[in-house]
Design a protein around this ligand. Sequence first.
Ligand code: SF4
Ligand code: SF4
Length: 103
Amino acid sequence: MSVRIDRDRCIGCRKCVEVCPGNLLICKNSKAEIRDVRDCWGCTACVKICPRDAIHFYLAADLGGSGGKLFARDSQDTLTWILKLPNGIEKQIVVDKNQSNQY
Ligand code: SF4
Ligand code: SF4
């Protein structure tokens, strides 16, 4: 798995920079970048906090197909994971944040 940042969607809010526990993300010219994707251990904190769906996880073949991407939309009560596969299929998993300890 690796994190990729869509520069066109990024608004430079720095939320991902502040949340990354490994200090792997930086903001250059108001756009987020990852220093080295090989250092990312996939905690997904940046994916969940990005308000612009600009950070995607690209999934390995055994998880979602080569090129499948996963991103998250946060709201007050739910976190919705959206999986887009290369063949156009889209799947969603909605997590009730008030019950998230059960997952
Ligand atoms: S959280 Fe999203 S929009 Fe904000 S700087 Fe990071 S990638 Fe850009
Ligand atoms: S997934 Fe976690 S470790 Fe990787 S860049 Fe995002 S916040 Fe940092």
